[in-house]
Design a protein around this ligand. Structure first.
Ligand code: NAD
Length: 477
């Protein structure tokens, strides 16, 4: 195997201190396609030391917003120029259809551009005081940021963390998920090509427990930990961070409710509902995996929804026409396939879907399950949706909120009053009305309950990646 991906530490692409490496597997061919450096505690230490030096002594935090922004925009330019290489890396690592991976690279470059501009243009509070004093706020870079990412939108979620951290003058150690290492190394190479100084963006590969991930979360020289992944992992990381009182931002799992009211535009509701659960083969924290439909339109909706699910083109991710690929790894395929076995045991009805070839689980629609079914309660993180009828608005809201998660919810209605009323009543960090997945990077993003702690996006990212400082001056002598 000739394709290799190393760590990127202090401006150099390197192997692990102990020479360890692992294979990354293409879930469509089910064959290894590249060899990746496998980092441990020593590699994490090296990366943190490099980031620390670059923060304490290097030019990056002192460059100013305009110059940092110029370099970050250059990085975004390079990402767009190398869109195909980056997209292919994510597609081979986790089976994402290439067309969608290309789209994700565009959004990743946009993450970099947005936060570069946001930091440069941000204003801060000035508070004239009756006492003849004047208070103002400074946002000072926090220091070394450890960013730990999942595998479902590799480059997009990595840049969502890295971009604000860098724009505000921090240095970063990124640990991508072990299933999707390739695009992160390419990003590290491009950052150097763009002119980011050595040590500003470091990439360390490895696993979580007893590996590079755990080492980063326990490191006393790390000033911020931003994590996206499973709720259980988030709790472990919160405990590790508590040892050093390191602030954490946790973007965790979800079990999104999708409410379709009888006054909704049916075609629009069907098309977004298909997108909401089957995009990225359902491996989306925001997936609309609990679909509640008002009884008067339930049968019509279900028929159209099943047809649309069956029309999705399942197959080789590298085929431009493919809309739906395999699950990201054998381990994940086995987990999701296990839920298919539960359908019958729990008294559910399979309307369409089931196992496909290789590590494919086809778009799967299930009905007739109760609120305590494991398929309704647990995050499957795959292409399985449970559809349930409801009668009243109050019942719909109660069903939607009956979950330990609270990342997002969707609702479809043409009644303006209902749209506002229900949006307010849903316990979720984001509510989409008559749409899904549309983002404004200024808006808060995060979840309630088991879906996380904190918010990122726009000023919310600034609050997390800086130390806001109050300065109070006497103005009247
Ligand atoms: P995961 O928690 O298994 O792993 C995420 C990352 O954490 C990986 O890089 C992993 O190596 C690392 N890790 C694991 N254990 C660790 C430890 N003890 N210490 C330090 N690092 C550790 O999650 P996953 O399977 O990669 O991703 C899927 C999950 O991510 C789903 O639950 C999904 O809902 C969630 N997710 C949430 C969001 C969001 O924005 N809220 C976005 C995408 C995915």
């Amino acid at each position: 195997m000739t394709t290799q991906f190393g760590h990127v530490i202090d401006g150099v692409e390197v192997g692990s201190v102990d020479g360890a490496a692992f294979d990354t597997v293409d879930p469509w061919t089910r064959q290894p396609w590249a060899r990746v450096a496998l980092g441990g505690r020593l590699d994490a230490d090296r990366a943190v030391a490099a980031a620390r030096r670059a923060f304490d002594e290097g030019p990056w935090p002192r460059l100013g917003f305009a110059e940092r922004g110029r370099l970050l925009h250059r990085l975004a330019d390079l990402m767009e120029e190398r869109r195909d290489e980056l997209a292919l890396a994510d597609s081979r690592d986790m089976g994402k259809p290439l067309a969608q991976a290309r789209h994700d690279v565009g959004r990743s470059a946009q993450n970099i551009r947005f936060f570069a501009d946001h930091a440069r243009l941000a204003t801060a509070d000035t508070l004239p005081m009756d006492s003849g004093h004047h208070a103002y706020t400074r946002y000072e870079a926090a220091g070394v940021v450890a960013a730990i990412a999942p595998w479902n939108f590799p480059l997009m979620l990595e840049t969502w963390k890295i971009a604000p951290a860098l724009a505000w003058g921090n240095t970063v150690v990124l640990k991508p998920a072990e299933d999707t290492p390739a695009s992160a190394t390419i990003l590290g190479r491009l950052a150097l090509e763009a002119g980011l100084p050595p040590g500003v963006l470091n990439i360390v590969h490895g696993y979580g427990p007893d590996s590079a991930g755990q080492a980063l979360t326990e490191h006393p020289d790390v000033d911020r930990i931003t994590f996206t992944g499973e709720s259980g992992t988030g709790k472990i990381i919160a405990r590790a961070a508590a040892g050093n009182l390191t602030p954490v931002s946790l973007e965790l799992g979800g079990k999104g409710a999708n409410l379709v009211f009888e006054d909704a535009d049916l075609a629009n509701a069907i098309s977004w509902s298909v997108e909401a659960i089957f995009r990225n083969a359902g491996q989306v924290c925001l997936a609309g995996s609990r679909l509640y439909v008002q009884r008067s339109i339930y049968e019509d909706f279900l028929a159209g929804f099943v047809d649309a699910a069956e029309a999705l083109r399942v197959g080789d991710p590298r085929d431009e026409a493919t809309q739906f690929g395999p699950l990201a790894s054998e381990e994940h395929y086995r987990k999701v396939a296990g839920y298919l076995d539960l359908i019958e045991q729990e008294g559910g009805k399979l309307r369409t879907g089931g196992l496909g070839d290789g590590w494919v689980v086809r778009p799967t629609v299930v009905t007739d399950l109760g609120a305590d079914s494991r398929l309704v309660r647990e995050e499957i993180f795959g292409p399985i949706v449970v559809v349930t009828p409801f009668d009243t608005e109050a019942e719909a809201v109660a069903l939607a909120n009956d979950t330990p998660y609270g990342l997002n919810a969707m609702l479809f209605t043409d009644n303006l009053h209902r749209a506002h009323r229900v949006s307010a009543a849903l316990d979720a960090g984001t509510v989409w009305v008559n749409c899904f997945f549309i983002r404004d990077l200024r808006a808060p993003f995060g979840g309630v309950g088991e879906s996380g702690i904190g918010r990122e996006g726009g000023n919310f990212s600034r609050e997390f990646f800086t130390e806001p400082k109050a300065v109070i001056m006497q103005v009247d002598a």
